[in-house]
Every structure is written in structure tokens, then in C-alpha cells.
Design a protein. Structure first.
Length: 553
């Protein structure tokens, strides 16, 4: 990326600036020490910075002329010589930050460097690894190498695509660490969303039973998984948490799954809350979409810290056709990916039937189980068998468009009775964290008639620990219907079948990372609604977030 690629010198036309972007830029422009002839250019730079921050970049790149301009404004601290907390902007080399996000990035760098300095000399480690991974052979066993790394140092990243055994590996690592510990270790398992936490909990429980170790060691391994917000102790109406540097977590080992979803601010706050001697193990797929918020932390750290990173490469329990499609997309081989979709494979193909009719038909089992008053867990499982994934929130073939048309179709078929916003069978997605209700962005609930309360409408959620909690619909202000969801929101989820719906025209949201993420949500079947030109253009576009994290190591 060139130094001028994020700054338009003459016009703001490339970006759709929000009202907040404009107000913020105007506010700083009016308080700058610049001459009137310079203020407009400074305002454009601030507009761009604010906009790009909302697109996930932690900073923007400036050329020498722009650097001189922002320095003359009197509103920019030059890191690290000045106290950056006193000024709204920070300039580090040619990177311009909002002050808070420079702090998060700089703080995270220091935190990672500190934890990465801890190394351990372990006697007879190979004997233990033989017990859990088998005898070492000439061919490298990357799961075994990940375990060796996690035993010998306090910071480890285990990355790999779906089905490569990240959870299997980490369960064995935790068992090895417990065997080496003189006292039982306190271990925390966490994930960014409730759905991801549930998946991790199921996998941990399954893999724990297969361990080649004593029952005593198995008993020391945790099974409960929490969301990161719950682990850190989210405060009501606040970006801060109960646990931080002055009130650290008690855990000796913290494992975070789906780490690609963790943004810069949350990762910094997590590291802040670890006690100095704690181990941190990050699990995730570096090729997936980066976090919705600022940063690309997992991808940056895997690039910056190769001696703390192991990539698992052999896929287990993952359909070969889906794997081939995912690899082709990830490698930006659009022609091969399209050939795979059109090669008459039963489980990866283009959808040939009517879109809305097909989606409505996939809800038949889910709605039938509701009518038969089946247990919630059965209903919830049936709903999560299939999901529509869209690239965009608005427009034709978007989340909003498909949800509206599916609701109309199901109502016409008599499968749901819509008499307002809430009705039996409405699936909803929580769109904002609500610590008071222990509900977090990405949680999925189902609106059902509660037989214990005279068929009163309630919204039921399954917790990461498997328990079920219900709420009055009136308490769930921040949620939306989810017969279809965005691909971003699907991260951390897994479905037997996904139907990926792309728009008619290419747009900046469509990237190879987006398609790769959507494809790898499926366990058995991937179907696609897309024009070849849009599909090809999507694969050819790649996410390129601007951050300074890699440069700081």
C-alpha cells in the first residue's frame, strides 16, 4: 500500500463519511493551530482517519507533506517522545492514529513482548509428548510441535483451518501442563461469542474423554467455556472491565478460541488482565475475516512472532470437497473454485431452485418441532442445522431483504403466524452486548410460547454450559431476525449446511477472506447464489488492514 493510498488530496468522494466522522473532523479543524488555507486539508485527513478506523484500520499512512501538516496542527503527539494522552492524535513514523487506538496497539505490543520472554526448561518433555501424541517420527507432527511450544513458553498461537485439530491439540496441551504442574493449574477457556463458546465447550468435553491419561488429570481439566466479556467482567454501559492490571484474573492458563475475531481493544484488555506469570494460548484461523472492530490482531501476531506460532495443516473430519473449495478461494484461484462449484458435486454447488422457496423449505423441520412441542434443545439444534449467509446488510439479496422475504413466504405457507414483531418461531440475533442479561453480540435466541407461563411469548437462549435461559421479548431491544445473517456474524459458528448469497454487483465488502469464512462455516454442504463475475471479483479482492502492530516487534 502506498503512502498516499488512504488520503484523497482533493476530494472526499472515495469514502461515504458518516455524520460522526464529519463532526469529529470539524471539531479538530476548528481547534487546530493551522492557517485557514491549511485547515481544509487537515480536516480531510482527520475525516479519512475516522472513516478508516470504522472500516477496521487502526491507523492511516501519511506522506511527508501530510505529516508536516498534522504536526503543525498542534493536536498530534509524536510517539513515543510526547505524552500521547494529552492530544487526540498520535503520529508514529508515517502512521497516524486516534490516540486511544495508538494506546491499545502500543500497550498490546508491550504486553505481548513481556509474556513472550517467559521460557521454561522442561525435563523429559518428549516422554510426556509421546504419551499424548505418539512417538516422534521423521515427519513433523505439527500438533506435537504446538504442544512443545506451549510447554516451553508462556505465549503460543495455534492457527489452522477448520478440522485441523486445534481443539484436540489444546486439550492435550492442558493435560501435559497439568501433569507438569506441582499443584493443579487454574485454567480458563474463552471465546469471543456465545456460539463459539458453546462449540469449544462441546469439543473440549468430547476430546477430554479420549485422552491417554489418568482420571485425576482429566478431572483437573475445565469444561466450562465463557465469553471473553464474561471472563473479564463486563461493566454495564462501559467499555471497561472488572479485571485489569490492578485486578488481574486468577488463572494460570488462559485459552482463547476463534482469536481472529478478537479486535485490538479487547485483546489489549485481555492481556492487561492476565497475571504476570500466566500462559496465553490463542487458537484461530489466520485466513478468516479479521475482527469487525479495529485491527487484525491474530494475523499480525502470526506474522510478527513466527517462533511463537504453529500452523496445523492436516485437516481431520472435514469434507474434502469443502476443503478443496476453501483452499481454492484462499489461494485466490477463482477458476478452480468455480469449476468445483459447477462440477456436479452434491455437497458444493450453485443453487438452482428459487432462493426464497428453498430457504423456507429448510425451515420445515425447525417449525415442525415447535408445533410438536419438542424440547428446546431439539428445536435449537434443528434451527442451527442450516443458515443463510449474506455479504451485505442492505440491498438486494442482503440480510434485510432475505429475512423480509422469508418471513412473508413462511406466513403465506401458514408455517408462522405473524401478528407483530414477535411471533412463535422468530429466530433472533443479539446485536449488542448486554452484560446485565448475560447476552452478547452474536448470541442466537428463539421466540417460543412458554408452556409454563400460559403460552406467553418468551425468547430462549442456550448458554455455553448447555443451560437454557428465557427472556421477555420487551427486554431484547438490540436484536434482529436471523433466518439470514451476515458472514461476519457467522464467525465462530458451524452449520451442517450453509447457503451463501452474494449480491448482483461487486462491492468493497466482497473479499476472498469473506468467502473463505462463509465456506468454512459448513460441515457437510455449501450452496451458493452468485454470478460468476461477482464470485471471481470477490476472490480477487483481499482484505488489507492498515495497522502498526507487525512493525513494533
Amino acid at each position: 500500500m502506498t503512502e498516499t493510498s488512504l488520503i484523497s488530496k482533493t476530494s472526499a468522494e472515495p469514502f461515504a463519511f458518516s455524520r460522526l466522522d464529519s463532526v469529529f473532523a470539524r471539531f479538530l479543524k476548528e481547534r487546530s493551530a493551522l492557517e485557514n488555507t491549511q485547515k481544509l486539508a487537515f480536516e480531510t485527513i482527520v475525516l479519512t482517519l475516522s472513516y478508516q478506523h470504522n472500516q477496521g484500520h487502526s491507523c492511516i499512512l501519511l506522506n511527508e507533506e501530510d505529516k508536516a501538516l498534522v504536526l503543525a496542527s498542534g493536536l498530534v503527539a509524536c510517539s513515543p517522545a510526547e505524552d500521547s494522552t494529552l492530544l487526540p492524535l498520535v503520529l508514529e513514523q508515517n502512521r497516524l492514529y486516534l490516540q486511544r487506538y495508538w494506546h491499545y496497539e502500543n500497550r498490546l505490543t508491550l504486553q505481548i513482548k513481556a509474556i513472550a520472554t517467559h521460557h521454561h526448561v522442561v525435563d523429559k518433555v518428549d516422554t510426556l509428548l509421546d504419551d499424548y501424541f505418539g512417538k516422534q517420527t521423521a515427519e513433523i507432527d505439527w500438533q506435537r510441535e504446538a504442544a512443545r511450544m506451549a510447554v516451553q513458553q508462556n505465549f503460543t498461537i495455534i492457527t489452522g483451518g477448520p478440522g485441523t485439530g486445534k481443539t484436540t491439540t489444546v486439550v492435550k496441551i492442558l493435560a501435559v501442563l497439568q501433569e507438569l504442574a506441582q499443584e493443579s493449574l487454574h485454567i480458563a477457556l474463552a471465546a469471543p461469542t456465545g456460539k463459539a463458546a458453546m462449540r469449544l465447550q462441546e469439543s473440549i468435553g468430547f476430546n477430554k474423554t479420549k485422552l491417554n491419561c489418568s482420571e485425576e488429570i482429566k478431572a483437573r481439566l475445565p469444561e466450562n467455556v465463557s465469553t471473553l466479556h464474561r471472563l473479564l467482567g463486563a461493566k454495564l454501559a462501559s467499555p471497561y472491565f472488572r479485571h485489569h492490571a490492578d485486578n488481574p484474573l486468577i488463572y494460570d492458563v488462559v485459552v482463547v478460541d476463534e482469536a481472529s475475531m478478537v479486535d485490538l481493544a479487547l485483546m489489549s484488555k485481555l492481556l492487561d488482565a492476565l497475571k504476570p506469570s500466566a500462559r496465553l494460548i490463542l487458537l484461530g484461523d489466520k485466513d478468516q475475516l479479521a475482527s469487525v472492530e479495529s485491527g487484525a490482531v491474530l494475523a499480525d501476531l502470526t506474522q510478527a512472532l513466527p517462533t511463537h506460532t504453529v500452523e496445523l495443516q492436516t485437516a481431520h473430519r472435514f469434507d474434502d470437497n469443502i476443503k478443496q473449495l476453501a483452499v481454492a478461494v484462499n489461494q485466490q484461484d477463482a477458476e478452480l473454485a468455480w469449476q468445483l462449484l459447477t462440477a456436479n458435486n452434491e455437497n458444493i454447488c450453485l443453487l438452482e431452485s428459487d432462493l426464497i422457496t428453498y430457504i423456507a423449505a429448510q425451515q420445515a423441520d425447525y417449525l415442525r418441532l415447535i408445533q410438536q412441542n419438542k424440547p428446546f434443545t431439539d428445536i435449537y439444534q434443528a434451527f442451527n442445522r442450516f443458515q443463510v449467509l449474506c455479504s451485505n446488510r442492505e440491498g438486494k439479496n442482503s440480510v434485510a431483504d432475505i429475512n423480509d422475504r422469508v418471513v412473508q413466504k413462511l406466513a403465506q405457507q401458514g408455517r408462522i403466524q405473524v401478528a407483530g414483531l414477535w411471533y412463535v418461531g422468530r429466530p433472533v440475533l443479539v446485536t449488542q452486548n448486554n452484560p446485565a442479561l448475560h447476552l452478547y453480540n452474536g448470541d442466537i435466541g428463539l421466540c417460543l410460547a412458554d408452556k409454563s407461563q400460559n403460552n406467553r411469548l418468551m425468547v430462549f437462549f442456550q448458554r455455553p454450559d448447555g443451560s437454557v435461559k428465557s427472556y421477555l421479548p420487551s427486554r431484547l431491544a438490540q436484536c434482529e431476525t436471523v433466518f439470514a445473517m451476515t458472514i461476519h456474524k457467522s464467525q465462530g459458528s458451524e452449520f451442517e449446511e450453509v447457503l451463501i448469497v452474494l449480491p448482483d454487483n461487486i462491492n468493497p465488502v466482497l473479499t476472498k477472506e469473506l468467502l473463505y469464512t462463509a465456506i468454512t462455516r459448513a460441515k457437510k454442504t455449501v450452496k451458493l447464489v452468485a454470478d460468476k463475475a461477482v464470485f471471481t471479483a470477490s476472490i480477487e479482492q483481499k482484505v488489507a488492514r492498515v495497522t502498526g502492530l507487525v512493525n513494533k516487534f
